[in-house]
Each structure stands twice: as structure tokens, then as C-alpha cells.
Design a protein around this ligand. Structure first.
Ligand code: IMP
Length: 502
């Protein structure tokens, strides 16, 4: 006979935290949100840690190279989506690793024979006012000059004027040779009161710009996540079909950590992938697996050698798995149970396998609840898809800016491997939808606001770190009516009220 759970499974919205005593030390600036990304043995440090407990979902509409760089700057990790060719995924990983904090490849370039009209079109398309002039108009061409908005006056000049007539020629520019340290570049910027400094190689070709404005932002990213060579840390998604070709390509491109991207991870297919990785690379390659929703699934993947385990089936905002197939579990219950299994596993084996709560985070406070319930970090799709840096289009729909966001199991993504149960199945059905999400500005602004709320709540609990939060948190289930009490109620709302639950 089938097994029946006595209690219904619950979502984050069905819980609240009860405050604990906060002493004078409990101030948000002192809260440490760092967390392990991969497993470690008792008494040792995890080989990879993050400075904030956030990773971005392995999705076409979320994790491209731009978002990966922006998130690493804030201290988290992106997993570049695997539902693309091996070559293009590896190229995205390589782009993140090639990005040198502070050294920016020129993305607005002109030839000397381009006209002011061409320049204005380019400016409208890319939004930059500083443009390199290279012999062939490419980003790494031989540099012949520079144009900024101070070099031309649109109202007085003929649009047919050639760029060569008003650019600042290379002889008059301050430049530095390739290999100059960022520190020295910044000194040159300040000494010469420049806004942009071209870095030039031995053949006179443009390599990068160093911008004055980035100096501030670099100083402003104290939590950025870098490897030993000061490159941003990046992850990559893989599937259980072409891993023997995909993994070597991703590692060659510089991926720091991998994750099997699958809607359901309690399978022979994941075991095969993990066994292959351990056989070929031992423990040098870090790889997460999932998703599971109970202790049994966790133990299976932990025994198979997963470096972290993702939790969650059917809770994603674009997910229709529960409606399509009738499998899944309320995300809060899943996290609570798997966290229990992780702690038991740690006690038994001395190996701590971090767990990631994946999907179903709607409000910022859900993140704090997930951490309090035992998650080591969170995977977020909808949340990151709203920012400038996600790979999708920003559109104006009914007077509001939105971004597109679609599930990996939607017809649009066609990531059927994610739902693959082996065999030669030819009948495919959708487990995800295509949608819009409200546009939310820059990742940095959004993440910092969210983290401010998380830090504040952690202080309310009387804690200063994620493990301490997990130790001290007191969580109460809430009734349906008390959820209503939690929002603004019995008042006539003004239009300017923050749109939290409506
Ligand atoms: P969100 O943060 O609630 O938007 O959930 C994102 C998570 O949903 C991802 O990390 C995946 O685990 C999951 N997911 C992505 N695409 C699909 C889909 O098409 N169907 C079901 N789940 C999906």
C-alpha cells in the first residue's frame, strides 16, 4: 500500500520567524552571509565558499555571462545554462573568466571613416558616449583615436563629418601598455584627470579600457567572489546525456563548479554522471546534483558523491510540473526535511554536504526563512530574471517595463534533457511556461536591498551568521487569516504603497 504523509507539505508563506534576543552586537553591518558552496570534512574549510547565499538558476532566461559577472561582483555564483550547444556554453564561461575586474573590452567602436551620423546611431544602440576608433572598427583593432561626447556638437556639425576629423588622435591620448596593473592604471587615470584609459598591446591594438567610474564600483564591491587568479568564480549546468563531452569543454573554459540540471535527481542517471566525474577527476571537480525533496533522495546523491544537493520540485514560479505530473512537495517542507537529513549525514560521516533551496522564492523574506530552515544557499530564477543583466529583452507592456522569463521545460526553451528519464522517449510535454516579470533595474541595487532585509531579520533573531540563524531560529506556522493580518489591511491604500503582495 502507498505511504501517506500525515501532514500536508508547506510553502514559505506558511511560516514566520519569532524574534530572539538581540544584544548590542546584533547590527546588520556585522552579519556575515558567507556560506559553503561545496562539501567539506569536519574541521576543514569548504574548497569553495560564497560571500552571499545566492546562486542564479540554470536557465536560458537567467544565467548568461553578463549576469554571472554581475552576481560574482556581489559575492554569489551563476550557473550558466546548459540548454545550449557545448561550444556556446563554454564560450560564456570563458567570457566570465576572461573578464578582468576593472579591465573592460571596448563594446562601442568606430572606424576613422565613419561619420558623425554613424556615431550617433551607435551611441543610441549601446548607450555609451566613450568610443574607441580603431583602424578596422573592431574592439581589438589598431587604435587610432578616441571619441567622447566632448568632441562633437550635434547641433552645429554636419552629420556627414568623418570621425577622423573630430576624434582625439592616438598621439594625443594617454594610454598604458598591456600588463599594467589595475592599481597603476587607476593612478594614471587620477594623475591625468581622465575618464577612460586605453590599454594597448605591443602592436598598438586596443585590449581594454579602464574607466574612472569603475574604480569607485570596484572599491564598492567588497564581497566580490574571485578565484586565486583574481578572476570571477562561475558555475555551469550540465545534463545527463552529453556530459562526457560537455564537462571537459566547460572545465577547459574555466568553470569552477558544475551542477547537473534536472527536475528530478533521485535517479540512476545522476549516479552515472557523478561516478564518471569521480572516476575521471577524483575530488578536483566540484559538482552539484538534484533536485530532491526528501531525506532519501538527499542520502542517495550524497552517497553518489555530490558536492552540494539542490532541493525543490514543482515550486518554481514558471513551473507546472505539479499540475502536469502530480509530483513535488511544498518547498518549505522539502527544505526542512532535507536539512535534517544533511545534519544526520554530517553526524554519521563527518561530511557536510550543503543544500540549496531551488525555486519558489517570491518575497525577500522567503530567503531568510529558507536559510533559517536549513538551506545553505538559494537558487533563484524569477528573482534574477528581472534585472538589467539577465539575457532577455526588456519590453514595455501596457505601460510597464517587463522582462521575459521562461521555464526550461517550456516549449520556448525546449530543454527536454532536464526532464529526461532515459530511454528513447519521443513524446514531449511542457513542464514550464513563458512569462513576463516586472523589470527591476540593476542586479547590484536589487541584491543589496534584499541582503539588507536578510541581515536585518537575522539580527532580529539574535544571530550574526547563517549557521547561527539556523541554530537560534524559532519558526511558527501561520494560519490563513494571520497571513492576511501580515499585509496592509483595513486601510485604503494610496497608489504609492510598495507592491508587496498585490
Ligand atoms: P523561481 O526562482 O521560482 O523562478 O524558480 C527557478 C527554478 O525553477 C529553477 O532553478 C529550476 O529548478 C526550476 N525550473 C526552471 N524551469 C522550469 C520549468 O520549465 N519547469 C519546472 N521548473 C523549472
Amino acid at each position: 500500500m502507498a505511504f501517506f504523509y500525515e501532514e500536508p507539505s508547506k510553502t514559505f508563506s506558511e511560516y514566520l520567524l519569532i524574534p530572539g534576543f538581540s544584544d548590542g552586537n546584533c547590527v546588520p553591518e556585522k552579519v556575515d552571509l558567507s556560506t559553503p558552496l561545496v562539501k567539506y570534512k569536519k574541521g576543514e574549510e569548504a574548497a569553495l565558499r560564497m560571500n552571499i547565499p545566492m546562486v542564479s538558476a540554470i536557465m536560458q532566461s537567467v544565467s548568461g555571462d553578463k549576469l554571472a559577472i554581475a552576481l560574482a561582483k556581489e559575492g554569489g555564483v551563476s550557473f550558466i545554462y546548459g540548454s545550449q550547444s557545448i561550444e556556446s556554453e563554454a564560450a560564456m564561461v570563458a567570457k566570465v573568466k576572461a573578464y578582468k575586474a576593472g579591465f573592460v573590452p571596448s563594446d562601442a567602436n568606430l572606424r576613422p571613416d565613419n561619420t558623425l551620423g554613424d556615431l550617433l546611431k551607435l551611441k543610441a544602440a549601446c548607450g555609451h558616449s566613450t568610443m574607441a576608433v580603431t583602424e578596422d572598427g573592431t574592439l581589438n583593432g589598431k587604435m587610432v583615436g578616441l571619441v567622447t561626447s566632448r568632441d562633437y556638437r550635434v547641433s552645429r556639425m554636419d552629420k556627414a563629418t568623418k570621425v577622423s576629423e573630430f576624434m582625439t588622435p592616438i598621439e594625443k591620448l594617454v594610454t598604458v601598455p598591456e600588463g599594467t596593473s589595475l592599481h597603476d592604471c587607476n593612478d594614471v587615470l587620477w594623475e591625468h584627470k581622465l575618464n577612460a584609459l586605453p590599454v594597448i598591446d605591443k602592436e598598438g591594438k586596443l585590449k581594454y579600457f579602464v574607466f574612472r567610474k569603475d574604480y569607485e564600483s570596484h572599491k564598492d564591491n567588497p564581497l566580490e567572489l574571485l578565484d586565486d587568479d583574481k578572476r570571477y568564480i562561475v558555475g555551469a549546468g550540465i545534463n545527463t546525456r552529453d556530459y562526457e563531452e560537455r564537462i571537459p569543454a566547460l572545465l577547459a573554459a574555466g568553470a569552477d563548479v558544475l551542477c547537473i540540471d534536472s527536475s528530478e535527481g533521485f535517479t540512476q542517471w545522476q549516479k552515472n554522471v557523478l561516478a564518471w566525474v569521480r572516476e575521471k577527476y577524483g575530488d578536483t571537480v566540484k559538482i552539484g546534483a538534484g533536485n530532491v525533496v526528501d531525506g532519501e533522495g538527499f542520502r542517495f546523491l550524497a552517497d553518489c558523491g555530490a558536492d552540494f544537493i539542490k532541493v525543490g520540485i514543482g515550486g518554481g514560479s514558471i513551473c507546472i510540473t505539479r499540475e502536469t505530473k502530480g509530483i513535488g512537495r511544498g518547498q518549505a517542507t522539502a527544505v526542512i526535511e532535507v536539512a535534517k537529513a544533511r545534519d544526520e549525514y554530517y553526524k554519521e560521516t563527518g561530511v557536510y554536504v550543503p543544500i540549496c533551496s531551488d525555486g519558489g522564492i517570491v518575497h525577500d523574506y522567503h530567503m531568510t526563512l529558507a536559510l533559517a530552515m536549513g538551506a545553505d544557499f538559494l537558487m533563484l530564477g524569477r528573482y534574477f530574471s528581472r534585472f538589467d543583466e539577465s539575457p532577455t529583452a526588456k519590453l514595455l507592456v501596457n505601460g510597464n517595463y517587463v522582462k521575459e522569463y521562461w521555464g526550461e521545460g517550456s516549449n520556448r526553451a525546449r530543454n527536454w534533457q532536464r526532464y529526461d528519464l532515459g530511454g528513447e522517449a519521443t513524446l514531449k510535454f511542457e513542464e514550464g511556461v513563458d512569462s513576463y516579470v516586472p523589470y527591476a533595474g540593476s542586479l547590484s541595487d536589487g541584491v543589496r536591498m534584499t541582503l539588507a532585509k536578510i541581515r536585518s531579520t537575522i539580527c532580529n533573531v539574535g544571530a550574526l551568521s547563517i549557521p547561527e540563524l539556523q541554530d537560534k531560529a524559532k519558526l511558527t506556522p501561520v494560519s490563513a487569516t494571520s497571513i492576511v493580518e501580515g499585509g496592509a489591511h483595513d486601510v485604503i491604500l494610496k497608489d504609492s504603497t510598495p507592491n508587496i503582495n498585490r
